[in-house]
Ligand binder design. Structure first.
Ligand code: MG
Length: 183
C-alpha cells in the first residue's frame, strides 16, 4: 500500500492505490509509461527534472480518491464493452471509439480539474498529439472489433497532464522555473 501523505491528506486513499496500479497494468499501462509522457511535457520548464520526480508526481495523482474513481469507472466501461456486457447503442459507440461521443474526455477532465489550468491545457495537447503510451493505446483499438480503449487513452493522458501540472506548481517558487517561464 502506498503511503505518500496518506495521513496528512484527506483527499488521498492509499488502500486503493495498489488496485489502481494493478488495473492499469492489466490494460497494458505502467506508471513508468505515464511518467515518460509527463517528463516530455515538463522537461523544458524544469531543467533538473528526472524520471523519478515524474514517477513521484504520477503516484501523488493516483493517490487522490477522486482520480481513483475516474480511473476505475473508465477502465470498467472499456472492459464491459469488450465483454459484450453493454447494451446498444452505447456498445457500438464504445467499441468504435466514436469521435463525437465525448464522455471519455469529460471523465478524464475530472482528473485534470483537480490540478488547475496547466493540467487542462496539457490534457488538450496530449489528446491531440497522442505521445508515447497514449498513441500505443490508440493504435491497439484497431487490433480487433472487440478491443475497447475508448476511456483508457484519455485517462492515461489526464494522469500524465495532471502530474505535469503538479510538477509545475511544485517548482513554482524556484528561480529555475521562473526564468524558463519568462522566455
Ligand atoms: Mg478516448
Amino acid at each position: 500500500m502506498k503511503k505518500i501523505n496518506e495521513d496528512q491528506n484527506r483527499f488521498n486513499d492509499g488502500k486503493k492505490f495498489d488496485v489502481i496500479v494493478d488495473r492499469l497494468e492489466k490494460r497494458g499501462v505502467t506508471l513508468l509509461d505515464i511518467a515518460k509522457v509527463t517528463y516530455d511535457l515538463q522537461k523544458k520548464y524544469v531543467e533538473s527534472l528526472t524520471m523519478e520526480t515524474c514517477l513521484d508526481h504520477i503516484e501523488r495523482v493516483i493517490m487522490k480518491r477522486e482520480v481513483q474513481h475516474a480511473i476505475l469507472t473508465g477502465i470498467e466501461l472499456d472492459r464491459l464493452a469488450e465483454e459484450g456486457l453493454i447494451s446498444e447503442s452505447l456498445s457500438t459507440i464504445l467499441l468504435s471509439d466514436y469521435g463525437l461521443y465525448g464522455i471519455d474526455e469529460i471523465l478524464a477532465l475530472s482528473i485534470v480539474n483537480v490540478y488547475g489550468s496547466i493540467g487542462l491545457t496539457n490534457f488538450g495537447f496530449v489528446d491531440k498529439t497522442k505521445p508515447g503510451i497514449i498513441g500505443v493505446l490508440d493504435n491497439k483499438k484497431g487490433e480487433s472489433k472487440n478491443k475497447c480503449n475508448t476511456f483508457i487513452d484519455d485517462i492515461v493522458g489526464a494522469i500524465a497532464a495532471a502530474a505535469a501540472s503538479s510538477i509545475a506548481h511544485r517548482y513554482a517558487e524556484t528561480d529555475e522555473i521562473i526564468e524558463l517561464y519568462k522566455k
